[in-house]
Design a protein around this ligand. Sequence first.
Ligand code: PNS
Length: 162
Amino acid sequence: MTRVLYPGSFDPVHNGHVELIETAARLFDEVVVGTLMNPSKGGGLFTLEERMELIDECFAHLANVSTMMFDGLVVTLAQQVGADFIVKGLRAVSDFEAELQMAQTNLVISGMHTIFLPTASRRSFLASRLIREVSRLGGDVSEMVPEPVSRRLAAKVGSSDR
Ligand code: PNS
């Protein structure tokens, strides 16, 4: 049985993440989606709890996908959940340098390898940062995120700074 950890900040989860999780759920026996703070990205829009709730709602139909949130190192969470590998998505060559550096760092500090899965080119432009920005400024993000996320974004943005 192979269990993988797919870590990310998922603020919010978008259709590129959905594709990656669905692919991983076909390739591996169990997929744990780990919602973590990215130390370089600040506080974010959704709390870790809210991000996790949205992921749970979007993947309720996949029995081998579960969600966890964690404040710490990816490799610590990977060890805690008994993951065999970390899985990360690559949207474009520009992702590769930073992802390779993280994969090599994680390998050195824990012995855990990272498996990269490419995103389909039609989704390679998707970025949570831009989705937050478009939503905050009143644009339509429904083509880029699952329906529950679209709804929560509208509610969140409507109740805050617009
Ligand atoms: O979706 P993101 O923002 O690209 O995900 C980045 C994330 C959360 C995977 C990264 O920031 C991370 O690994 N955070 C946990 C802290 C950690 O393990 N740092 C060492 C990485 S080599």
